[in-house]
Design a protein around this ligand. Structure first.
Ligand code: PEP
Ligand code: MG
Length: 872
């Protein structure tokens, strides 16, 4: 029969999967001889079995728990429910990865009407006994039976008010007996049963509650935010109680062996005498700093210092330790690797290496790549956040913290920028026309769209904070207000958004600026020494490129040229080109755009110096460039001198039912080769210019999007190469360039042996590849993917982290077929997955040459690429 329960003396720290982090560490501390109150752990497998059995504790498990209870009674010499020497236990959750405060805990379990009196006699402290009992009833009722907490708080407040007390600690035994009586009445009124007096029944109900708390809302959200699997389950630790609240020679506290905010090597902690765990965090009494413990109990303090350094050396990491002192004797209740800020994580990793405790590889593994985001963007002030009012939650689309006044259109954002100073652009969704407004805003909030929506992709590129798909808010762009939870916010009202959590807050929340330290650069250089993958960036402007270079980008993996088309100075010519009837008209309009495009590329080549730059030819459906409002169309008709009706019919003719699968990507260059000619001319002339004038020897890489068939690529290759070669020949300057393609259509991947006959490089466009492999619209999938996750159909959003089984298989096939045809084929990835650590690990395994991601994710990719090598 499978074993579902382990005594603390049966396990060790390697058993985290089974015993959870807390259980494994309690076992480990027991095995190295530290003073740990004894107990047992019910495994994570039991939790998973519990869910398989439709949330039932089955008979065999109950039997096994009771067997271990008897063992615990033998170990402690105490007995559950005894009227002589009663055993009381705590029941705590503990998943493999710690999720502080997300799941449930019950203390003082085993108390009942009889045991409370025994405890009063044994300890000679009836006040303590009744205080423990009332805490237990309250916790059990709240956590296990889900009776609202406030009902119990009202009773305490009522008695305090009647008696004129200020603190809970002012209540005497008789008051507490009255509290217990009234608490039990609340229980009876709500549950229609008496408060359970059988400790075994209490225990099984508590285990049930802890298992159930694995799937409470806050735990689910925490797992999602921290990339923790929903499948691993929590263990339950049943531990004999020691009491910090039995008198003035008792106490309880928590300490970090190093500073969790800065990483400095100094112990940070606090404690309270005559208190139980929750009092330290509840804020009712102000705890004392840990150094004051030496004034209360110098032996316990010195012993604690010794234990802290034993544990830190043992675990070779900063520890977060909970302790209790019962009658002057020190007990350890928990140790775990302490949670820390990104700044502290880096500092601690470097210090532990320099102190000789860990290797460089281990230091690199100690920093969570995604955490680096915290350092690259402003963040909200932690203290301020505690009081901030959350209006809603969307997808954490682009990290950072932003505060500003609401504008509902990009034009308004631009217009009001000077007056408002800080603007948050709030839209149902953004489109390329909004670029200027997005640039000017501190942050972007949308109610629709997913993690690869326009708003998200562009914001990440700019390093601008963005929360998207916040469906709780209803936006009326026309009447300029949004509504959430019955409250209305108008243009000019202040809101704050956190692109790292997806939270939207009311009003102004103060921010702290980005800060890159020497430690950051040091860790990054260690990562660079270790990684195999090159890291490029997706950048469309010299500013983005400059930022990316600052963060360590080794080239541009994707320059989306369409973003350059939207600038005020050129949009008119673009529109003229689109509505042209003949090739000649189109060429005329394109000739107006050419100098701008050339200058764009010159500027980018200059910033990137000799680094490789991949430029993708025009990709989006053309209607995206055209105005949709009547007055804008009228204005366009006047400016380009085309009859309004003719213009309207041309715009209508561009309408498509599925534009994402329509006339876009390479299909544009097939039907309008003159666009490819203009873009190639701009690229080659710019490269020649920087070579001649600046001595920068750039090798531009011209990339064709959305290839599904080799004949599409051959056709465009012919156009591009003829154009490029003619210009180069005429210039009398030697210039190399590369011609390649994106692999983002499944057919392109499956026939990539053919595709590689023409392409000198591949770049996986995994946004489209995911869209077309699953058949999910990347702009709409957010609506149901959240539900897929809740219903455990998907563990992760495939637009965020690569779907290794399906999309990944296509990548592997394309990689192998491509290299078969062309062994030196350069292969990278430039979809959003290029900045996702898990996907980077996959790319490393497959053997790609580089990943390309938005500028602000470059450091994340550098570290993730190093970790991928270390993981092997
Ligand atoms: C992609 O499809 O992955 C890609 C990078 O191109 P875009 O997002 O511009 O379609
Ligand atoms: Mg694409």
């Amino acid at each position: 029969m499978k074993k579902f329960v382990y005594s603390f003396n049966e396990g060790n720290r390697e058993m985290k999967d089974l015993l959870g982090g807390k259980g494994a560490n309690l076992a480990e501390m027991t095995s190295i001889g530290l003073p740990v109150p004894q107990g047992f752990t019910i495994t994570t497998e039991a939790c998973n079995e519990f869910y398989k059995r439709d949330k039932k504790i089955w008979d065999e498990l109950e039997k096994e728990i009771f067997e271990f209870l008897v063992k615990l009674e033998d170990q402690t010499g105490k007995k559950f429910g005894s009227d002589k020497n009663p055993l009381l236990v705590s029941v705590r959750s503990g998943a493999k990865i710690s999720m502080p405060g997300m799941m449930d805990t019950i203390l003082n379990l085993g108390l009942n009407d009889k045991v409370v009196n025994t405890i009063a006699d044994v300890t000679n402290n009836p006040r303590f006994a009744y205080d423990s009992y009332r805490r237990f009833i309250q916790m059990f009722s709240d956590v296990v039976m889900e009776i609202p907490k406030y009902l119990f708080e009202l009773v305490l407040d009522d008695i305090k008010e009647q008696k004129g007390y200020k603190f809970d600690t002012d209540l005497d035994v008789e008051d507490l007996k009255e509290v217990v009586k009234r608490y039990k009445k609340i229980y009876l009124d709500n549950i229609k049963e008496d408060f359970p007096q059988d400790p075994k029944e209490q225990l099984i109900k508590a285990v049930f509650a802890v298992f159930k708390s694995w799937n409470n809302k806050r735990a689910i959200i925490y797992r999602e935010q921290n990339d923790i699997s929903h499948e691993i389950g929590t263990a339950v630790n049943v531990q004999s109680m020691v009491f910090g609240n039995m008198g003035d020679d008792c106490g309880t506290g928590v300490a970090f062996t190093r500073n969790p905010s800065t990483g400095e090597k100094e112990m940070i902690g606090e404690f309270l005498m005559n208190a139980q765990g929750e009092d330290v965090v509840a804020g009712i009494r102000t705890p004392m700093t840990i150094d004051k413990l030496k004034e209360e109990n110098v032996e316990a303090y010195n012993q604690f210092l010794d234990i802290c350094s034993t544990l830190e050396n043992h675990y070779r990491d900063m520890q977060d330790i909970e302790f209790t002192i019962e009658n002057r004797k020190l007990y350890l209740l928990q140790t775990r690797n302490g949670k820390r800020t990104a700044k502290a994580a880096i500092r601690i990793a470097i210090d532990l290496y320099e102190e000789g405790l860990i290797t460089k590889d281990e230091a690199l593994m100690k920093v969570e790549p995604k955490q680096l985001d915290q350092l690259l963007h402003p963040t909200f002030d932690k203290e301020e956040l505690k009081n901030a009012v959350v209006l809603g939650r969307g997808l954490a689309a682009s990290p950072g913290a932003a505060t500003g006044r609401v504008c509902f259109t990009a034009e308004m954002a631009v217009k009001k920028a000077a007056e408002y100073k800080d603007v948050i652009l709030v839209r149902n969704e953004t489109s390329p026309e909004d670029i200027e407004g997005m640039t000017i805003s501190n942050g972007i909030l949308t109610s629709k769209g997913g993690i690869t929506s326009h708003a998200a992709v562009v914001a990440r590129g700019m390093g601008k904070c963005c929360v998207c798909g916040c469906e709780e808010i209803y936006i009326n762009e026309a009447e300029k207000y949004f509504k959430v939870n019955g409250k209305v916010y108008k243009e000019g009202d202040y809101i704050s958004i956190d692109g790292s959590t997806g939270n939207v807050y009311e009003g102004v929340v103060k921010t702290s600026p980005e800060a890159l330290s020497d430690d950051f650069y040091k860790l990054m250089s260690w990562a660079d020494d270790r990684r195999r993958l090159m890291v490029r960036t997706n950048a469309d402007t010299p500013e983005d490129a400059q930022n990316a270079v600052k963060f360590g980008a080794e080239g541009i993996g994707l320059c989306r040229t369409e973003h350059m088309f939207f600038e005020e100075s050129r949009i008119l010519a673009i529109r003229e080109m689109i509505v042209s009837d003949t090739k000649e008209e189109r060429e005329h309009a394109l000739s107006k755009i050419l100098p701008y495009q050339k200058q764009d590329f010159i500027d980018i080549f200059k910033v990137m110096a000799q680094r490789p730059v991949t430029i993708r030819l025009l990709d989006p459906p053309l209607h995206e460039f055209l105005p949709s409002k009547k007055e804008d169309i009228e204005e366009l008709s006047k400016t380009i001198n085309v009859d309004y009706n003719m213009l309207m019919s041309r715009i209508k003719s561009l309408h498509e039912f599925n534009p994402m699968l329509g006339h876009r990507g390479c299909r544009l260059a097939v039907t309008y080769p003159e666009i490819a000619v203009m873009q190639t001319t701009a690229i080659i002339e710019a490269a020649l210019y920087v070579k001649k004038e600046e001595g920068i020897d750039v090798v531009p890489e011209i990339m064709i999007p959305l290839i599904g068939d080799i004949n599409e690529l051959r056709y465009i290759e012919n156009v591009v190469k003829k154009t490029a070669d003619t210009i180069i020949e005429k210039s009398n300057v030697e210039l190399n360039y590369k011609f390649g393609t994106m692999i983002e259509v499944p057919r392109g991947a499956l026939t990539s042996d053919e595709v590689a006959e023409s392409a000198e490089f591949f770049s996986f466009g995994t946004n489209d590849l995911t869209q077309m492999t699953y058949g999910f619209s990347r702009d709409d999938a957010n609506k149901f993917i959240q539900e897929y996750k809740e219903k455990k159909i998907f563990e992760k959003d495939p637009f965020v982290s690569i779907d290794e089984k399906g999309v990944g298989k296509l990548i592997k096939i394309a990689y192998e077929l491509g290299r078969k045809t062309r062994p030196d084929l350069k292969i990278g990835i430039c979809g959003e997955h290029g900045g996702d650590p898990k996907s980077i690990e996959f790319c490393n395994k497959v053997g790609l040459d580089y990943v390309s991601c938005s500028p602000f994710r470059v450091p994340i990719a550098r570290l993730a690429a190093a970790q991928a090598v270390i993981k092997g």
